[in-house]
Design a protein around this ligand. Structure first.
Ligand code: M6R
Length: 614
């Protein structure tokens, strides 16, 4: 939530910051603003709405070309998304400009304290108090980095802060607690941002900031300290993707581009996972085999799409390892006093690695002494940093708010984890593991097949553009696919959509079926006859009640044809891996239907890509 950028160097800060914000707009798009320092003054422009509105305001305001600036794109928490509440916020003396991602929980008390000193905040935000506190400090002669440390220790909650002082035009200072911040290390220039995408055009060298650290960047230096002012240990890394990955590359939407990147994303996530003999080797798994043998329960915690990946994982992991596996919404986990301990493996799945609900659940699990493994797509993010082990997905940057390649690569990472556990614990023979790996390695081609034949689903999106409601049914691993198909449609097309376990329909939801209601049904592969037949019966039940059935089934599954109004053919794959191909038409359907409705597919209303508040 919220994207922030700071820059110091020889380029025009305004251009660097605005371009950076454009690449971070997926994090929030309620308002945007920038501030640059020139001739001992802060020059600031901010506007409610998307960056396009800021562009217009900037065209009219001619801000000076200077080498120091910061900017923000907002997902509102405290205060309506209007011009006044937009960031940056200025201190009353006009010296400090500040942008913030997160929530300052004790802002009301700080605001009262400021009022007693005669400082009235002009916005309704929690952020402005921090700008005012910094303003008082620098006014008293305290350098900005020291001021930042002094203020940070007084704040409660989650924050990334970036500030500049008009009387110190060579320095940007930033701080973080529980919200993301990376430093981009350039040649004679440096950057701070919520995400490397903001500066990838200029440098691929980054430094991840730890919890409770302050960084001061100048043109030639990066200095990181703890909130206590002590030098901090930092880890630099090279970003393994470039600017082209962060741009649309000729597609109308990032989401569409990301859907078509899935064969590569899956292939990249599978790369280098076994040795020449076919033995799985998961390098980033920093939990010993001996420890993994003691695990007697797995709990998967995640949110949204990542949670649906976890639901698929449960079927595979339990089947391959015989270890009981629970899946829980991260936002619910710590509030129910979950039973976890040293022999529990908690798996936190998160594309962004910054989702606050998942992070808090993970911390709770660690307090209970559980071992925590992260499945994550974002190098250097908080969730893998705070986990005992990590399996990185290699999807490249996912910019569209709706997760697509993130989901597929999470599935792959879950399969790898399940197979690795089966290898370590001996619950599968080596040749069985090799066979499943071979099948996984054939999935990029199977996904490409689905992507090469999308005319039917594109036409469906046109046909159903005015549908008020759409249902999705599945059973076994098809059930999470149904949930994910419905989530995609809800978040992009803003129409009522629900996913049901096909067998549960008769216990209530079947009452929703009415004439011409579109119902997608995911049919399992024919190999699992009982499962297949049961879903075919459910398909007949809804069709008999007037539903318009859109059936996703294997290429040669002729048994379902009589009950399908529309057939979408899927390649033949084994049951557990079917989600990797079955979800593709549902992603395309949602993307295309939302597009036809004239919605912003990449930035759906009310949402943000990275949800860093609970
Ligand atoms: O970054 P994460 O994987 O932790 O994000 C979790 C959810 O917020 C995310 O999957 C969300 O549900 C997507 N917008 C769904 O498309």
């Amino acid at each position: 939530m919220c994207g922030i950028v700071g820059y110091v160097g020889p380029r025009a800060a305004l251009d660097v910051v605005v371009e950076g914000l454009r690449r971070l707009e997926y994090r929030g798009y309620d308002s945007a603003g920038v501030a640059v320092v020139s001739q001992g003054r802060q020059f600031l422009t901010k506007k409610a709405g998307k960056i396009a509105n800021l562009d217009k305001a900037l065209a009219e305001s001619s801000l000076p070309r200077t080498g120091l600036g910061l900017g923000h794109t907002r997902w509102a928490t405290h205060g309506a998304p209007n011009d006044v509440n937009a960031h940056p916020h200025l201190s009353a003396n006009g010296r400090v400009a500040l942008v913030h991602n997160g929530i300052v929980e004790n802002y009301a008390r700080l605001r009262e304290e400021l009022a007693r000193e005669g400082i009235t905040c002009v916005s309704e935000t929690d952020t402005e108090v921090v700008a005012q506190l910094l303003g008082l400090q620098v006014e008293a002669g305290v350098p900005l980095d020291q001021a930042m440390r002094a203020v940070c220790v007084r704040l409660q909650g989650a924050f990334t802060l970036v500030a500049t002082d008009s009387e110190n035009p060579d320095v940007v200072v930033a701080a973080r607690r529980n919200s993301p911040l990376v430093v981009g290390v350039g040649d004679g220039e440096n950057f701070v941002a919520s995400d490397v995408a903001a500066f990838i055009e200029y440098t691929r060298e980054a430094i991840e900031l730890g919890q409770d650290q302050v960084v001061q960047i100048t043109r030639d230096g990066v200095e990181v300290t703890t909130f206590d002012g002590l030098p901090a240990d930092v880890r630099g890394y090279h970003v393994d993707w470039d600017l082209s990955a962060a741009e649309k590359g000729g597609y109308d939407w990032f989401m569409r581009k990301e859907i078509f990147e899935q064969p590569k994303a899956v292939a990249d996530t599978l790369l280098g996972r076994h040795d020449a003999d076919g033995k799985l080797t998961l390098d980033e798994l920093r939990i010993s085999d001996a420890e993994l043998r003691t695990i007697d329960k797995i709990v998967i915690i995640a949110c949204g799409t990542a949670c649906y990946a976890g639901l698929v994982a449960k079927y595979a992991i339990e089947h391959w390892t015989r270890i009981p596996c629970e899946v829980e919404l991260a936002s619910e986990f710590r509030y129910r006093d979950p039973i976890v301990g040293p022999t529990t493996l908690v798996v936190a799945i998160s594309q962004s690695g910054e989702t606050a609900d998942t992070l808090m659940a993970l911390r709770h699990a660690r307090e209970q002494r559980a071992r925590v493994l992260a499945i994550c797509n974002t190098n250097g993010s908080t969730i893998p940093r705070e986990s005992d082990a990590v399996i990185y997905t290699h999807a490249g940057p996912e910019v569209g708010v709706a997760s697509t390649k993130g989901f597929l690569t999470q599935l792959v990472a879950c399969y790898l984890l399940g197979l690795y556990l089966a290898q370590v614990r001996g619950t599968k023979f080596d040749d069985e593991i090799r066979a499943t790996m071979r099948e996984l390695e054939s999935m990029p081609a199977a996904i490409s097949d689905v992507l090469s034949d999308i005319d039917t689903v594109m036409q469906l999106a046109a046909d159903f553009v005015d549908a008020p409601s759409v249902l999705f049914l599945g059973r076994h691993v098809g059930y999470p696919v149904a949930l994910e198909g419905a989530l995609k449609l809800k978040e992009l097309a803003y129409i009522h959509a629900e996913g049901f376990a096909a067998g549960e329909l008769k216990h209530g939801p079947i009452a929703l079926i009415e004439d011409q209601l579109p119902v997608f049904v995911v049919i399992p592969p024919q190999g699992r006859d009982m499962l297949h037949d049961k879903v075919v019966s459910n398909l007949q039940e809804v069709r008999a009640r007037g539903a318009r059935t859109i059936v996703l089934a294997e290429v040669d599954d002729d048994e379902v044809t009589p009950y399908a109004d529309v057939m979408i053919r899927l390649p033949k794959v084994s049951t557990l891996l079917q989600p990797l191909v079955a979800i593709i038409p549902l992603q395309i359907f949602a993307c295309e239907l939302a597009s036809r409705k004239g919605h912003d597919v990449d930035q759906p209303r009310n949402l943000a890509k990275s949800v860093t508040v609970e």
